[in-house]
Ligand binder design. Structure first.
Ligand code: AMP
Length: 201
């Protein structure tokens, strides 16, 4: 297969709300339709420690998430006295509660440019402002405001790795090496091959 240098793996988690709302098929269909495939996929009950490890793979996650939350509040005209770190830690605690509330579907998706492609299909963090046509934009309408009012994590159905390095670290948390398979699919010949031969008989 050509274009091997463009092949990436990314970690996707269908959060408990996606499983509870029976959106697993609808969601993974979008990755398949695009031409991406699964290197691994399983139903799991997340452990608290794994969720914490997952979200702190990027050591700045707590601060960055806290800053985003603070900005969202200030945009609503609400003055926040807590530091970004305090808010981020609170968001992490609420996420741990959410992610361990019920089964999740964890998968490794593979293909050329898989990391940015999956992020594009998933849409931005807050469903209220995610673009129409994205998974979050089409299937859920939660907002920072609603989540904060109830002191809970935003229910946005899905997690997708932000970059190749975090994807590698996240995949290691959720999968053993032997759970990930290397194989080719019939459609890849058409997607990646330079030479399109032997179609017409
Ligand atoms: P990710 O799963 O990578 O999208 O991680 C960030 C997650 O944290 C989001 O998807 C939300 O579920 C949650 N989250 C981030 N910021 C907030 C916030 N301000 N309030 C509630 N939940 C948040």
């Amino acid at each position: 297969m050509s274009n091997k240098q463009f092949i990436e793996r990314t970690l996707v988690i269908l959060k408990p709300d996606a499983v509870q709302r029976s959106l697993v098929g609808e969601t993974i269909k979008r990755f398949e339709n695009l031409g991406l495939k699964f290197a691994g996929i399983k139903l799991a009950l997340a452990k608290k420690e794994d969720v914490r490890m997952h979200y702190t793979v990027d050591p700045d996650w707590i601060k960055i998430t806290g800053e985003k939350a603070k900005k969202a509040k200030e945009k609503q005209g609400i003055n926040v006295s807590e530091s970004a770190e305090e808010i981020g830690e609170r968001v992490l605690e609420s996420l741990i509660k959410f992610m361990t509330a019920g089964p999740v579907v964890v998968m490794v998706i593979e293909g050329a440019h898989a990391v940015p492609l999956v992020r594009k299909i998933v849409g931005s963090t807050e469903p209220l402002s995610s673009d129409v046509g994205t998974i979050r934009g089409d299937y859920v309408f939660d907002s920072y405001e609603m989540a904060d009012t109830n002191n809970r994590a935003i229910r946005n159905l899905i997690h997708a790795s932000s970059d190749i390095e975090s994807a590698k670290k996240e995949i290691n948390i959720w999968f053993d090496e032997n759970e990930l398979l290397n194989y080719s699919t019939a459609q890849e010949r058409f997607i990646y091959d330079i030479d399109i031969k032997n179609i017409l008989q």
